[in-house]
Design a protein around this ligand. Structure first.
Ligand code: NAD
Ligand code: TYD
Length: 356
């Protein structure tokens, strides 16, 4: 038996692959284009392990997808592959349309062709799990209840709009062709191997480098943070027991304003690796221009997943953020490895003189 994942060299996909190999004996085929966000160093511990088969390639390549499906006969496909960074989608939406929408369409077509040809028993048990985001639901007012699976889609950024489109395509392939799909919509993740363009790893890495910690606008935007290993356990649970055609929201009941997150990281660093001059990391905080169209608040109601499939997160924000900061302190080699020329170009373009 085998499963095929796409985007398994990125942040969440790679954490999923590492956990899968640690917890099961089942083969995992990993198709990843290795964009700036994909990193084989994250998977270095699996080198030479025959349980993990890495293939560099694009989900837009229907022929390659068809060939991999025929060769490995997976019982499930999990789609992590995406362009995932909101700020990049504002600077250049094209890649988001190509990978998140067209790529998901090509994957659906390839999987549909493969699935139709399976013997009946395998066709029955086959699953395509599409990994998506809470951002498809848009922005919440301060007192509004958290997003349930019934919340209307109202995406506000090119990123979230492209993910919303992909969710709709996945849904339509179930209703039209009977493809056995599952969709998860998860809140913001954090944890090991998170590319330092997103808030939490950027703040840790900049703090240690003595650089400014850029806070967009007033820093009172709220995100609902989930430790990445808890997202991975939710995906495994949905794959194992989710109802075909259903959507499951995944979240950790950890709504926090950005400024509080940054202050928390500064406090942990003051404790674990104090600055040489004895000053608090807090002094590096720098308020910068707001993100255009910045969503004010996300919050996930994950009760369906808990009620129907018995899933709960294992980490609180307090335990998860401590583990994360400790991981970055212990794994500076990984951070240095991903800070290539293209990473530096992005930082210069996004933050210019303001964030440095
Ligand atoms: P990421 O940007 O870290 O990784 C994406 C991976 O996909 C990279 O390895 C990249 O090389 C690969 N990829 C990109 N385009 C590809 C293509 N055309 N073909 C094959 N591979 C391609 O993203 P992530 O944070 O790991 O997110 C994974 C998934 O989870 C995404 O679908 C994202 O929308 C979703 N999600 C992310 C979060 C979060 O907080 N990071 C929260 C909820 C949902
Ligand atoms: P991010 O990690 O990019 O995730 P998303 O936009 O998908 O939620 O950003 C999380 C929050 O942090 C978001 O409200 C934007 C804010 N932010 C900053 O204030 N400064 C930064 O440098 C970055 C990257 C994000």
């Amino acid at each position: 038996m085998a499963i095929l994942v796409t985007g398994g060299a990125g942040f969440i996909g790679a954490n999923f692959v590492l956990d899968w190999v640690a917890q099961t004996d089942e083969k995992i085929i990993n198709l990843d284009k290795l964009t700036y966000a994909g990193n084989l160093q994250t998977l270095a511990s699996l080198e030479g392990d025959p349980q993990h088969v890495f293939v560099q390639g694009d989900i837009n390549d229907g022929a390659l997808l068809g060939q991999l499906l025929t060769e490995h006969q997976p019982r499930a496909v999990i789609n992590f592959a995406a362009e995932s960074h909101v700020d990049r989608s504002i600077h250049g939406p094209e890649d988001f349309i190509q990978t998140n929408i067209v790529g998901t369409f090509r994957l659906l077509e390839a999987v549909r062709g493969y699935w139709k040809g399976l013997p009946e028993a395998l066709r029955e048990s086959f699953r395509l799990l599409h990994v998506s985001t809470d951002e498809v639901y848009g922005s919440l007012e301060a007192q509004a209840p958290a997003f349930t699976e019934q919340h209307a889609y109202a995406p506000n950024s090119p990123y979230s709009a492209s993910k919303a489109a992909s969710d709709h395509l996945v849904r339509s392939y179930h209703h039209t062709y009977g493809l056995p799909v599952l969709t998860t919509n998860c809140s913001n993740n954090y944890g090991p191997f998170h590319f330092p363009e997103k808030l939490i790893p950027l703040v840790i890495v900049n703090a240690l480098a003595g650089k400014a910690l850029p806070i967009y606008g007033d820093g009172q935007q709220i995100r609902d943070w989930l430790y990445v290993k808890d997202h991975c356990s939710a995906i495994r649970r949905v794959l194992e027991a989710g109802q075909v055609g259903e959507v499951y929201n995944v979240g950790g009941w950890n709504e926090k304003p950005n400024l509080e997150i940054v202050e928390r990281i500064c406090g942990l660093l003051d404790e674990l690796q104090p600055r040489a001059d004895g000053n608090p990391y807090h002094n590096q905080i720098n308020f910068v221009a707001d993100r255009p169209g910045h969503d004010r608040r996300y919050a996930i109601d994950a009760r369906k997943l808990e009620r129907e499939l018995g899933w709960k997160p294992s980490e609180t924000f307090e335990t998860g953020i401590r583990k994360t900061v400790e991981w970055y302190l212990a794994n500076q080699w990984w951070v240095q490895g991903v800070q290539s020329g293209s990473y530096r170009d992005w930082v210069a373009r996004q933050y210019g003189g303001q964030g440095e």
